[in-house]
Design a binder for this molecule. Structure first.
Ligand SMILES: NC(=O)c1ccc[n+]([C@@H]2O[C@H](COP(=O)([O-])OP(=O)(O)OC[C@H]3O[C@@H](n4cnc5c(N)ncnc54)[C@H](O)[C@@H]3O)[C@@H](O)[C@H]2O)c1
Length: 256
């Protein structure tokens, strides 16, 4: 029996990086995975691979910043599986512009996906978890919500958006504990994913070399599966007495 057998899990941003790693691992652990992303063609391919590997997953298009998009995904999930046990609010973007360089449009784009998207996801899913009598929500923040410096890779809105996810998680943990809904945040450090590849970095080792003086553990940058295992712990009943925590997965960066 897997650690998520019988559970229905929605994961956002599942076409790439940590979201994809989470979808693959959750399927291996017996979850029915509702894999969602705004990039649908890639998502469909990845979901086919999960099913070919013996997992159970469906692909649904979702723009996390749009309430109507959430309504459609939740409706389809309930129609197919009858309940929602887990939501991983993983989707996010980064714009490497500081306070002086960013335009209002940059700020609003980052906030609408990284923060508003997390709120909209919880708003859409929590009533179904209440009906179900339990649930686990995992929100992806960042160590940029905890420290400054190079942790936010120069993104002012990014840093603010992830700080909001950290506090919104604690708000939700307090208000919905009575419904047996747990809400926790994961705070990745430097992790080699599609987001980083798009920024021109060619390998995990190349990324890690930038953080050698900050991160105690080799190879100084993590990989998607490091975060997927944190998602698994918080999604599963292994963490049934854990809510409102912030779990850094950063090779020890913030212990500096
Ligand atoms: N990679 C890092 O070093 C790092 C560090 C800290 C936090 N994070 C956070 O981890 C999460 C996952 O990032 P990743 O590194 O795997 O990035 P990634 O770019 O590889 O994957 C992110 C996914 O989110 C999707 N997405 C973007 N906008 C969306 C939208 N509006 N609606 C739905 N999906 C959308 C993308 O299409 C993509 O598939 C993000 O929240 C990111 O901010 C990443």
């Amino acid at each position: 029996m897997g650690r998520l057998t019988g559970k229905v899990a929605i994961i956002t941003g599942a076409a790439s990086g940590m979201g994809l790693g989470g979808a693959q691992l959750f399927a291996k652990e017996g979850a029915k995975v509702v894999a969602t992303d705004v990039v649908f063609d890639v998502l469909e391919e990845k979901v086919k691979e999960i099913n070919a590997d013996g997992g159970e997953a469906i692909a649904l298009e979702l723009d996390v910043s749009k309430p109507e998009s959430w309504q459609a995904v939740v409706k389809e999930t309930i129609a197919k599986y009858g309940k929602i046990d887990v939501l991983v609010n993983n989707a996010g973007i980064h714009i490497p512009k500081g306070i002086l360089e960013a335009e209002l449009e940059d700020w609003e784009k980052v906030m609408s996906i990284n923060t508003t998207g997390v709120w909209l996801g919880m708003k859409a899913v929590i009533p179904h978890m209440q009906e179900n009598g339990q649930g686990s929500i995992v929100n992806t923040s960042s160590i940029a919500a905890i420290i400054g410096g190079t942790a936010d890779a120069g993104g002012a809105a990014y840093s603010a958006s992830k700080g909001a996810v950290r506090s919104l998680t604690k708000h939700a943990a307090q208000w919905f504990g009575k419904d047996n809904i747990r809400v926790n945040s994961v705070h990745p450090g430097a992790v080699y994913t599609g987001m980083v590849e798009k920024a021109g970095i060619k390998s995990q080792e190349e990324m890690g070399a930038n953080y050698e003086s900050l991160v105690p553990l080799k190879p100084y940058a993590g990989e998607a599966t490091d975060i997927a295992h944190a998602y698994l712990y918080l999604a599963s009943d292994d963490s049934k007495f854990v809510t409102g925590v912030e779990l850094p997965v950063d090779g020890g960066w913030i212990s500096n």
